[in-house]
Design a protein around this ligand. Structure first.
Ligand SMILES: *Cc1c(COP(=O)(O)O)cnc(C)c1O
Ligand code: SF4
Length: 383
């Protein structure tokens, strides 16, 4: 049975529909079909030329990078691109730039050492009680800033059924695991049946409590969240979905509707954004983004410092930028919508929280602290 969307207020109207753009002639039944959206992805120059005014740089970048890391953009996400402005945040995340061809000496092939911490192929077990489980290398849109560029979009490295089965066997046998993050690629590239097979195996384990799905489909292909998908995952609650909105422009009415249906179906929703130079590296952009996310019932979870993957150095900001953004949020807006800024340490050190320094002085039992207005206060610990 389909879940009915109950419109009780006018929040939805604050979100602008993406619409169909140059696909205006396409019937709704196709446009709202995720299979159609996958099949009609913008994958070459001729298709891209129909959507935007391609620059010389983008043309050269496509020719030189497509072998290594495909271009792939769903028609839905492509309609969000500014046809005349190459600095458009959606365009920069999905259309190649020649800056990707720069590989710096400090760039790393596997910056987070995800391969080193794999007890079995496809499972990274770094933290005591939780694992990352890679289930596919496909995504509806190939994000230019992707940290797993070396794997994603490469059909040769796709997780085979036996690899998935071996990963599940490891999780089933390892009783210290209580939290599984189903990741990829984008796990929602898998069929509902394949996902159900994974979810049912995980839920059957007494030691598994938290099941998270990491998916960017809310941003890049919201129509993937079908009634069938929702009715399937409801059987495996509690399900937490972490998504990846980076810019308020991505918060469309289509995305709002999808988040609403997932939240109404009982999923908890979080967002992991990446700090990207020239895209969202301004406090006012982040403030707008986290406020929009809260209206969508998606709690901001992390802001990642852009890591040391190869060919994404043009997206990296100074670490100070992340601190500046948190400083501009904490105290100035609801604590509920303030994400944790983290640096995922190169070499597999894991996520390290980085915060503005609110401790002015600490001597014995005396702490001098400052607030968001930079006023100082002294706290004495009891004897
Ligand atoms: C990010 C990550 C997790 C999850 O970390 P949380 O802080 O619990 O969200 C687990 N394993 C690996 C390898 C990760 O990179
Ligand atoms: S959806 Fe995630 S895994 Fe896929 S290309 Fe984008 S960042 Fe990479």
């Amino acid at each position: 049975m389909a879940l009915e969307i109950i419109t009780v207020n006018k929040v939805r109207e604050r979100f602008k529909p993406a619409g169909k753009g140059v696909w205006a002639h396409v019937p709704d039944s196709d446009w709202h079909s995720w299979i159609w959206q996958q099949q009609q992805r913008v994958k070459n120059m001729a298709q891209l030329e129909k959507v935007i005014k391609v620059t010389d740089d983008e043309r050269v970048a496509y020719e030189k990078s497509n072998e290594m890391f495909n271009m792939g953009i769903t028609p839905y996400y492509a309609t969000l691109m500014d046809p005349d402005d190459a600095t458009c945040p959606v365009r920069q995340q999905s259309v190649p730039s020649t800056k990707e061809l720069n590989i710096l000496p400090e760039d790393l092939e596997d910056p987070l050492a995800e391969e080193r911490d794999m007890p079995v192929p496809g499972v990274t077990h770094r933290y005591p009680d939780r694992v990352l489980f890679y289930t596919t290398h496909n995504c509806p849109v190939y994000c230019r800033h992707c940290t797993r560029k070396r794997k994603v979009s490469d059909p040769g490295s796709a997780a085979q059924l036996t690899q998935l089965d071996n990963g599940l066997k490891y999780i089933e046998a390892t009783k210290t695991i209580r939290d599984v993050i189903i990741s990829g690629g984008d796990p929602l590239s898998l069929s509902d049946d394949r996902l159900e097979w994974i979810l049912s195996r995980l839920r059957a384990c007494d030691h598994i409590e938290t099941i998270r799905l990491g998916s960017r489909n809310l941003v890049t292909l919201p129509f993937r969240i079908t009634d069938n998908f929702i009715n399937m995952i409801r059987k495996y609650h509690p399900i937490h979905i972490n998504t990846h909105f980076n810019h308020p422009k991505e918060c469309t009415q289509e995305a709002y509707d999808t988040a609403t249906r997932l939240a109404d179906a009982g999923c908890t929703l979080g967002n992991q954004a990446v700090l990207l130079k020239g895209i969202n590296d301004k406090p006012e952009i982040f403030k707008e983004l986290v406020h929009k996310l809260m209206l969508m019932r998606i709690r901001p979870y992390y802001i990642y410092q852009c890591d040391l993957s190869q060919g994404i150095s043009h997206f990296r900001t100074p670490v100070e930028k992340g601190i500046e953004i948190i400083e501009a949020l904490r105290g100035h807006t609801s604590g509920l919508c303030i994400p944790q800024y983290v640096v995922d340490a190169p070499g597999g050190g894991g996520k390290i929280p980085v915060n503005p320094n609110y401790i002015v002085k600490h001597e014995g039992k005396k702490w001098v602290l400052r607030n968001f207005r930079k006023q100082e206060f002294t706290y004495f610990e009891p004897n």
